[in-house]
Design a protein. Structure first.
Length: 302
């Protein structure tokens, strides 16, 4: 009796041990690649591992194929991976566009540069056309959208801080968006205002060489500003007011990528205000700015 019991127990133990060995031998086959995704699988029984790892294996590839299954053979060959790789491989670099201002300014304060005790409004309302009545934030976005298209046509990748007026993005945040994207150049689009209705013409602003936070991007920013100014002179008949170094702009001082600000013209000058809203002139401006960016990016590579 006791011998029989012992043998039965021994046999059961032996069977259990073999089952365990089989179980553990099977786990790595089915789940080795998914083990990181399914931490519980290794300590659980085999049956729960196999179906879940099978699902993990099949579901993503099936779902990737499914949307294309009804399409023709060439479309199927063009897998999502290949399609996504094409624009990146031919892109001439990322340009970040910031159409200045927004529908409602934000008077809350932010440091004018990293670590500074001096503060400025997060974002102001901008100027307004004396003849058109158009707010600056509208004009800035109109030209920025044309510039985006002109840059894409030249092979650049473009991202924008806003494509809508109803946003609340401070000037420092706009700079940090371009920083986070590791843009090759940030281009801020604005229009000018002045007490005198006679003031007219475009200008290109860049970070002043005396600002500590932008030391590393200052020379490149100045180069880009020069290239854009020259292209605006060549591409429009408008008056050039030249390049202006600025140390007081949060949108410059927070930037870790080369940055410029283009003042397209004066919305406080009735003649220029009307011209700034003409579609042909907006296209001229966009094309000229794109040419300037193009020439800066070419020279930068040399
Ligand atoms: Zn402005």
């Amino acid at each position: 009796m006791s011998k029989l019991q012992t043998s039965v127990i021994a046999a059961l133990l032996a069977f259990g041990a073999v089952s365990l060995v089989i179980a553990y031998a099977q786990v790595p086959e089915g789940s080795s690649r998914e083990s990181a995704l399914l931490p519980a699988a290794q300590t659980e029984t085999v049956p729960s591992v196999v179906p879940s790892s099978t699902e993990a294996n099949l579901t993503p590839s099936e779902s990737a194929i499914a949307p294309q299954s009804s399409q023709s053979q060439p479309a199927q060959a063009n897998t999502p991976d290949v399609a996504a790789a094409v624009p990146a491989s031919v892109s001439r670099g990322l340009i970040y566009l910031d159409p200045g201002h927004q529908r409602k300014g934000n008077a809350q304060q932010e440091p004018v540069s990293p670590g500074s005790r001096e503060t400025k409004a997060k974002v102001t309302g901008g100027t307004r056309g004396v003849a058109t009545g158009k707010p600056e934030y509208v004009l800035n976005l109109e030209v920025a959208v044309l510039l985006k298209e002109a840059l894409i046509a030249r092979g650049f990748e473009v991202q924008m801080t806003r494509e809508d007026h109803d946003v609340d993005i401070s000037n420092a945040e706009r700079a940090e968006m371009a920083n986070a994207a590791d843009a090759q150049l940030a281009v801020r689009i604005h229009a000018d205002g002045n007490d005198s209705p006679k003031a007219k013409g475009f200008s290109v602003l860049y970070p002043d060489a005396g600002v500590r936070s932008t030391q590393s991007i200052q020379p490149a920013s100045q180069m880009a500003a020069a290239a854009i100014l020259e292209a605006l002179k060549a591409g429009t008949d408008a008056a050039s007011r030249g390049m202006v170094a600025r140390s007081d702009l949060s949108g410059f001082n927070w930037s870790k990528v080369p940055v410029v600000l283009i003042e397209l013209g004066f919305m406080t000058n009735p003649t220029e205000d009307k011209q700034l809203s003409e579609p042909e002139y907006q296209q001229q401006l966009a094309d000229a700015i794109a040419d300037g960016i193009d020439s800066y990016m070419k020279n930068k590579e040399d």
